[in-house]
Design a protein around this ligand. Sequence first.
Ligand code: SF4
Length: 446
Amino acid sequence: MNNTSKSEFKILELYVRDFGGEINSEAIVKEDILRQGIHFEAAPNPDAAFSSKSYFIFSFNIDNDKEVLNKKYPEEIAISGGPFALKRTVISVRIHNSSPYKIKLVEDETNGEMKPVLYLNEIFIADVTFSEEKSYMTQTTASGKSVRDLAPTIEWGYLIYLAVFRMCQYFGEDLECMFCDMNSNYINQRKINQTYSAVKSIDDIIDALDIIALSKDSNAKAYTLTGGSIIDEVKFNGDSEVDFYVRFLEKIEDKFKGKWISKIVVQAHDKDNLKRLKNAGAYIYHTNFEIWDKDLFDKLCPGKSKYIGRDKWVGRILDAVDVFGDYKVIPNFVAGIELSEPYGFKTVDEAIKSTAEGLEVFMSHNIIPRYTTWCPEKTSRLGKFGNISAPLEYYIKLLLKWHEIHYKYNLPIPEGYGEAGPGKAEFSVSAFMDAFNSRQSTARRL
Ligand code: SF4
């Protein structure tokens, strides 16, 4: 065992010792894995039955070369046991060939078969299972399209992810969010899969949902309808972004009303347009502010800044409560980009202070902002600046602050995110759901 192995494990161990009581070891280990990604020492057997990465919107890989994209990796893993006695913890897989977190294959002493385990350098961290393949994933629609491609499920099957426009028009003007690799992911996917399309058809989506709805092993409870920003209506036959998504919502809700919680991710729209989305069946509104600090928003989200503007974006999030109701507005931010080079804050405490200000504003208005742990994809603009992830200290302080403010305003566990708490949470791209403790879990629920 070398010194790097020992020191990285030692640091993790100290964080778990110091903060595990407040935010639990599962959440701490999960954040450390999410921020650094995972290296598979041997690619999994491509014939094995597990739910493979579907590249539904962004790549969510730090390394994105052809070799990575041509291999089959699980969408998510669940880890348990090990030196921290972890309860089952679901984690999104982000391929990073230089990560200290490694999946190794070892012989299972009980049956002699090979099984995956997780190491931090040379130290065993946890047993691993891959997200399971559901029966609907291998089926095709009447038009011959793959259900896995049209309507992938994540969060261990809980969420159907309907990215119906897999490009973003901000890229066309070099105004994409600097952490985003959506269009390069689309281009890379097209190179290896000619059926990977930018715009999905409503009929295909309805067919795919039908197959999921009828399958015996679906545990889906919610769907997210989303895609890149639409600013050029000419390319959409005169449809605005809201026109485009309303049509999907109406058809889906017409056929499956009440079956799944509906969530819509679009730009920050005015109240009239929000009412159209609500009337069409959207239950939860996500309009992602990405980062709170105004200057950094302008720099890191130039498209949002140009077409809507940061103050208007925030104002529309606040207005959305009048349309969708308390706790039904859940905007996302990309946690960690506050510390990115070249524009970000220089210290963790400055980053947390700024983000906490935003959390306070939103949560005091019964809005529950949630976050994705930043994955510094090398194909994003921030990735091209050579950024690596924010430190674990940042994520621990963020979890503490998020839950402190959430508790202060006596907010419920957000709907549409499944179970909360260690051993139960299935939300896979950050640990805010894992970090709920029993005090909050028994607090007011919807
Ligand atoms: S709005 Fe920003 S984050 Fe969303 S798809 Fe477009 S560039 Fe990416």
